[in-house]
Design a protein around this ligand. Structure first.
Ligand code: GAP
Length: 450
């Protein structure tokens, strides 16, 4: 992580610059829900596009899909979520604060683990009060489909996008004629009624996931698991995350989800410590077998080579967009002293930067405005850009640095004579003069080459 980034500084920057707002803020907000402003939605879209490009567009073995959020409720019986997707919850009898019992493990006596440890944490970490016994709490949000609110109409907001892929396995196999190994990718909203949402957008109740279910022949699963761990780890590094802030950790047997044979996590050094960015699990044939059993449908794959019907194993790289967005911000955040002032910079990778180019007339002088507007018209066809003519040029550079804009183009009085403009780079603050006729090429060279 950047040593200069704190959660407080990020929250403040995100609010001030229109990246992330508290949901329904004018009514006091609602815990675990967030809105993305004009720059936040650009950053989020860029993260999703970079992921889709790497895992769908540039590969010949992964296709995309987009499933509905509310599904037939039997999906959640088959997947095991109705029975096991629960966290242990404890309440303080004194201050009434609520905690996830497994998160109080750090305070448990040495030599105890997991829920056993949680049960042994006798006192509230806030006020020292007595805690209730842990109770299991299912994290799925419930709703009703249709006008009658009864058991038969109960449905759930999906807690992971993955199940939408498993239930479409046969449809996609039939329509794409893919051979094993192949994957299905999806980006979409997921919902979890987290007991303790927090750390800004790290743990939310509504968030977006980017998931791949990669189907392989049993016996090749461990090799493909390693492939995906490497691919996904490298993706973060390619997008500029500092090597020392990203690590891969193999989960202990007691940390595995109910469906997993083995799981690795890509973790990031957030201000609150190393935490999960993405899970990469070997889900075996658990989900396809369960859906075949509950639906009565054939979810096997016919292997022409061996003449056998097999149930594929699944490797699942699963990342949260909001959590990644926070990690990219933490990693990019920097402060430096320039002419006795603190310059705040988001050193975001140019592919992720919400705005690629800012066009800045030196002043609002009426002679400059037509040229500056012309330059903006030229640029905005190619990249997300901004036109800013408010306050001094120095302040405008700072404003763009703070939101990570890689390039500023300044239109000054010389432009009227020489038909040239100045490109200023965010990281080096270097300036170079280029003719307007060659501006798009000059910007492209700086923005689109690795
Ligand atoms: N389908 C597998 C699955 O959902 P998970 O580890 O529960 O696995 C995958 O979630 C990823 O989704 C996490 O690594 C994280 O990035 C993101 N995620 C999970 N719960 C989240 C939450 N409450 N808020 C934000 N992101 C979350």
């Amino acid at each position: 992580m950047s040593t200069k980034a704190t959660v407080e500084k990020l929250v403040s920057l995100c609010k001030r610059r229109g990246l992330v707002f508290q949901s329904s803020e004018i009514y006091g907000g609602i815990g675990g829900f967030w809105d993305y402003g004009p720059l936040g939605v650009e950053l989020k879209n860029n993260i999703k596009q970079a992921w889709w490009k790497a895992v769908v567009q540039e590969r010949d073995d992964v296709v995309g899909q987009d499933a509905s959020i509310i599904m037939n409720p039997t999906v959640w019986r088959a997947s095991g979520h109705l029975d096991t997707f629960a966290d242990p919850m404890v309440d303080c009898k004194e201050c009434k604060k609520r905690f996830r019992a497994d998160e109080l493990v750090g305070a448990a006596p040495a030599g105890t683990h997991g829920h056993e440890a949680a049960a042994k944490v006798a006192r509230c970490p806030e006020c020292g009060g007595e805690l209730t016994e842990p109770r299991m709490f299912n994290l799925m949000f419930r709703t009703y489909v249709g006008p009658v609110e009864d058991d038969a109409s109960t449905a759930y907001l999906r807690p992971e996008t993955a199940q939408g892929i498993f239930v479409n396995f046969a449809n996609i196999l039939a329509t794409t004629r893919k051979k094993l190994p192949f994957g299905i990718a999806q980006i979409g909203k997921a919902f979890r009624n987290e007991i303790t949402p927090g750390n800004f957008i790290f743990r939310d109740r509504e968030f977006e996931q980017m998931e791949i279910e990669y189907f392989v022949k049993p016996g090749t699963d461990e090799q493909w698991h390693q492939h995906w761990v490497e691919e996904r780890h490298n993706w973060y590094l390619r997008l500029g995350m500092r090597k020392e802030n990203v690590r891969v950790r193999r989960l202990e047997p007691e940390e595995q989800a109910h469906y997993a044979k083995d799981t690795y996590e890509v973790e990031y050094l957030f201000p609150m410590g190393w935490s999960e960015l993405e899970g990469i699990a070997n889900r075996t044939d658990f989900d396809l077998r369960r859906h075949a059993e509950f639906s009565g449908r054939d979810l096997e794959y016919f292997d022409e080579e061996s003449g056998e019907h097999i149930v594929p194993y699944v490797i699942e790289p699963s990342a949260g967009v909001d959590r990644l967005l926070m990690a990219f911000l933490v990693d990019a955040y920097d402060e430096e002293e320039v002419r006795n002032e603190t310059r705040v910079i988001l050193r975001l990778h140019k592919e992720l930067a919400p705005v690629k180019v800012a066009v800045l007339p030196l002043s609002r002088n009426e002679k400059l405005v037509p040229s500056a507007r012309e330059v903006w018209t030229l640029v905005r066809k190619h990249w997300m850009s901004q036109y800013d003519d408010a306050q001094s040029i120095g302040r405008r550079y700072r404003r763009q640095d703070e939101v990570g804009t890689p390039l500023c183009v300044t239109v000054d009085f010389d432009t009227l004579e020489d038909q040239a403009v100045t490109i200023r780079e965010r990281d080096t603050m270097e300036q170079v003069r280029v003719p307007i006729a060659g501006l798009v090429d000059a910007l492209r060279e700086r923005l689109e080459t690795a």
